[in-house]
Design a binder for this molecule. Structure first.
Ligand code: PFF
Length: 451
């Protein structure tokens, strides 16, 4: 089977693709807004610690299992199973994983559609078509459906081209573009009045807040969502890495790029918020909480851009263009999860699998839009708050408890013969066996009972 599967052609290609999956709305929208409402620098500090000490080990579990099996999550978990019970549980985890990946894509496509419509609205405004710009930025069923579909068509188009021609080629093109435009935007926003205030909030930690359980749990959830953990995305990308590749190093690179982009996005969004405040836009309630946390980007930032005249239109275009790209390199990784399973398990051609699953996700997305008030928040909570932590927990259990340690070592040694003597091997097996499952369970328990 391995010979007919796609494979990334180079380390750069893989890192761009996996970082492309990791870097998305979670980094540029989720992380900075979470940081803004959880004490800025305190959140940044905890996020950095947790991302390296917990999310990185969990990412490695998925990459190693995936590379070992060179197969989708269902087959990969079956392969390392040791008896009928772990075989059955592995199948269930893999199947739930791809369903959850599809559900994440269905709400992600809606939000990403808004990014595209806001991006086009800046163009419309630039050319003086105010009525069109107003339509593009106001919440309406036709607009929502139309742009969700456009986004899904782009995602389906890339995934139908396969691993090298689709995922790798587009990620390697779009990711550097994203990084460059993000840095240019940061440099620009930091020159504006009020930006310094935002930088101070972002960089001077209040250590007391860093110890609050609410902050720690928010930072952990953010790190796991941000690294695309739990639904088998990183496992399937791991399955496309060649056996010669040094997994701890490439995993470390992906984690570093992901964290770096989140941190850079913080340098954009926090100063931008304070520039907006300086320009008279309200961003905090009387009690000091952030207004419209979830829709910050669609309310506060456009208001900020509006105060900047013509430059604001250009900046707004670049910003929403960037968000659309970031969302696209993540959405292709979500779609690849059910597609790989369907191809490998049921022998369908890639095109048939992609179009069929793409249509099913479009129908589900449309259902969410039609029942927006009830379903949107519910699907996000079900997938990111509950399913991702439980599935992430199961991947760690498989890597730490079900799979024998010497076999794991053999897999890692393929691309890194000296790994046994490295710090990675001294720490990781224990982390993934004990620390990761316990902490993930703690987050889950907190999200269920802690409110
Ligand atoms: N990591 C993506 C982000 O930060 O936006 C979200 C994501 C991608 C979650 C892929 C899950 C997934 F399978």
């Amino acid at each position: 089977m391995a010979s007919t599967r796609g494979e990334f052609s180079s380390r750069f290609g893989f890192v761009m693709a996996a970082a492309g999956s990791a870097v998305g709305l979670g980094n540029i929208w989720g992380f900075p807004t979470q940081a803004a409402s959880n004490g800025g620098a305190a959140f940044l500090l905890v996020y950095l610690i947790l991302a390296f000490t917990l999310a990185y080990p969990a990412l490695m579990a998925e990459l190693i299992i995936g590379r070992h099996a060179h197969a989708n999550a269902v087959n990969a978990l079956r392969l390392i199973s040791t008896g009928p019970a772990t075989h059955k549980i592995g199948t269930t985890v893999g199947v739930i994983g791809f369903i959850v990946a599809g559900m994440i894509l269905s709400f992600y496509a809606i939000v990403a559609g808004w990014m595209i419509s806001f991006c086009l609205a800046s163009l419309a405004e630039f050319f003086g078509m105010q009525a069109v710009a107003d339509w593009l930025t106001s919440f309406g069923m036709t607009r929502n459906l139309f742009f969700m579909l456009i986004f899904l068509v782009l995602t389906v188009g890339i995934i139908s081209e396969g691993v090298r021609e689709g995922i790798e080629r587009w990620s390697a093109r779009l990711m550097p573009l994203l990084l460059v435009s993000l840095i240019l935007l940061v440099l620009y926003v930091c020159t504006l009045d009020g930006a310094m205030e935002g930088l101070k909030v972002y960089l001077l930690p209040d250590f007391e807040r860093a110890l609050s359980p609410k902050l720690i749990i928010a930072a952990l959830g953010s790190a796991f969502f941000s690294l695309s953990l739990g639904v088998g995305t990183m496992l399937i990308y791991g399955s496309y890495i060649s056996d010669e590749e040094n997994l701890p190093v490439v995993g470390g690179l992906v984690t570093t790029v992901d964290i770096m982009i989140a941190v850079i996005a913080g340098f954009l969004v926090l100063p931008a918020m304070y520039v907006a405040l300086h320009n008279g836009v309200e961003i905090f309630t009387a009690s000091g909480a952030l207004i419209s946390e979830d829709t910050l980007i669609f309310t506060v930032l456009p208001e900020l851009f509006a105060t900047m005249g013509l430059a604001g239109i250009v900046v707004s275009f670049i910003f929403f263009f960037l968000m659309s790209i970031a969302a696209l390199t993540s959405s292709i990784s979500m779609l690849e999860v059910p597609v790989a399973y369907t191809i490998e398990e049921h022998g369908l051609s890639r095109k048939t699998a992609v179009y069929g699953i793409g249509c099913a996700i479009a129908v589900f997305s449309a259902t969410i839009l039609v029942n927006f008030e009830t379903l949107f928040g519910l699907v996000i909570a079900f997938t990111t708050r509950y399913s991702q932590p439980i599935l992430g927990f199961m991947f760690c259990v498989y890597a730490g408890w079900v799979w024998q340690r010497d076999k794991v070592l053999k897999e890692v040694q393929k691309g890194s013969p000296q790994v046994e003597h490295t710090l990675f091997w001294k720490i990781w097996p224990w982390y993934v066996k004990l620390v990761c499952p316990v902490v993930i369970l703690a987050i889950f328990a907190q999200s269920l009972w802690g409110g």
